[in-house]
Design a protein around this ligand. Structure first.
Ligand code: AMP
Ligand code: MG
Length: 403
């Protein structure tokens, strides 16, 4: 059976068929998008020498202890005073400093007595203190933000400081989610005797939002060949980039999806991967004209569906946009794990860091059933137990993928 790493390689290979179009968006609409250009500073940042404190601008020669207050500059209201060693200008944070200033003394370090300013006992003044010099953050013309950065508030602030009102970014992929099963009801409906809330719909839509892609809710479809055929065919003929289904890809009598994909013209890259949970994963592509759609048929068990998304879809989308695929840590097992087969296991774990030893430790809380959403919700990582590893003992080092 296909191993995890081969499966990832096949998926990454098919991602290359998708187009990563560049679009332009307003700075204020760019949060979470991936920058498709390099941004340079169009001005010095800061643009002028200014005070970093509320205080007094002085021209310090090394031994003055008192000054005459001869003027005031607040932020945005510059007046061009020229300082001599005996004069001080009251200045506010962000105010442009006057000619000959070589230090700003904070308000807390002086006593104001009428128009006189006295240095408090024991206070030392250092040259250049509390002055932010022109261009010390970034010189005009230098690189500010590099292509492929995922735009966060801090990057957007810097782009704004560089005068960018529009940014070139990569278009988001549009990913549709369709969940299947006769037993599924919407979370608003009565569960009756034997029905199940269709939680995969919500976990997958949320996962897509977490990676900043467009999600489309294609709803719940019964295990009915005709209904499935028409839902899949309309998804394949829509403008989706990726279709994700959940359920109906295993070997049960009503697991129709593999056949339906085949009959609809989806080429199968693989079905089943040597992992636990999530073995019956289907991956294929649908090519029409010059457009390729990637098709992921995930198993229906809620944990399997989540883990499959986390392992096979999330990292490959992130990599497609030039980002780190997995955020993982090496940790020491706090509990032994029973694992005797040759699959690659992904165990729901709780990772914590120990500041004193600067190490990570991971424990395994609760049941590992692939239906256990409570256990999943209480964990923060997937512990990777590779194919060749069996029954790792307490104290062994393992890789933990953060979720
Ligand atoms: P399947 O992969 O269709 O055989 O489903 C496996 C298990 O997952 C069954 O117990 C289903 O009831 C459950 N299941 C399937 N789809 C969902 C869903 N969307 N939300 C929650 N549970 C599901
Ligand atoms: Mg089913």
């Amino acid at each position: 059976m296909l191993c995890f790493k081969e499966a990832i390689k096949l998926i990454e290979g098919e991602f290359l068929q998708l187009t990563k179009n560049i679009i332009e968006v307003n700075l204020s609409d760019s949060t979470g998008l991936t920058l498709a250009e390099d941004i340079y500073a169009d001005v010095n940042i800061p643009a002028f020498n200014n005070s970093s404190m509320d205080g007094y601008a002085i021209n310090y020669s090394g031994d003055e202890k008192s000054w005459n207050i001869t003027g005031e500059i607040s932020a945005g209201n510059f007046k061009d005073y020229t300082l001599d060693v005996n004069s001080a200008i009251r200045i506010m944070t962000g105010g442009k400093i006057p000619t000959n200033t070589n230090a700003v003394v904070p308000i807390e370090d002086v006593i104001e007595d009428g128009s006189m300013l006295l240095l408090r006992e024991g206070i030392e003044i250092k040259q250049n203190q509390n002055i932010r010099y022109k261009g010390e953050g970034l010189r005009s013309g230098l690189s500010a933000i590099t292509r492929n950065t995922v735009l966060k508030a801090q990057n957007i602030a810097l782009a704004g400081a560089c005068g960018k009102t529009k940014l070139k970014v990569y278009r988001k992929l549009t990913i549709g989610v369709l969940v299947t099963g006769d037993e599924l009801v919407d979370i608003t409906a009565d569960q009756g005797e034997d029905k199940v809330r269709a939680t995969n719909l919500y976990s997958l839509l949320a996962g897509i939002k977490e990676i900043n892609m467009n999600s489309i809710n294609l709803g719940v479809v019964k295990d009915d060949k005709d209904l499935l055929m028409s839902s899949i065919s309309s998804a394949l003929n829509s403008d989706l980039d990726i279709l994700i289904t959940s359920g109906g890809v295993s070997v049960g009598k009503y697991d129709y999806l593999k056949d339906i994909f085949k009959e609809s013209g989806v080429e199968c890259n693989f079905w089943r991967v040597n992992v636990k949970p999530g073995k019956p994963l289907f991956f294929g592509k649908y090519v029409k004209g010059n457009k390729t759609k990637l098709i992921f048929g995930l198993p229906g068990n809620p944990v399997s569906s989540f883990v499959s998304f986390t392992l096979f879809i999330k990292p490959t989308v992130l990599k497609f946009y030039g980002h780190e695929d997995f955020n993982s840590h090496i940790a020491m097992l706090e509990t032994p794990i029973k694992k005797e087969d040759s699959k690659r296991h992904f165990i729901r774990g709780k990772l914590k860091s120990d500041a004193a030893s600067n190490r990570y430790f991971v424990s395994v809380p609760g049941s590992q059933s692939s239906g256990n959403l409570a256990g999943l919700s209480n964990s923060n990582c997937l512990i990777v137990i590779p194919e060749e590893m069996t029954n790792p003992a307490k104290g062994e080092e393992v890789e933990c993928i953060m979720i």
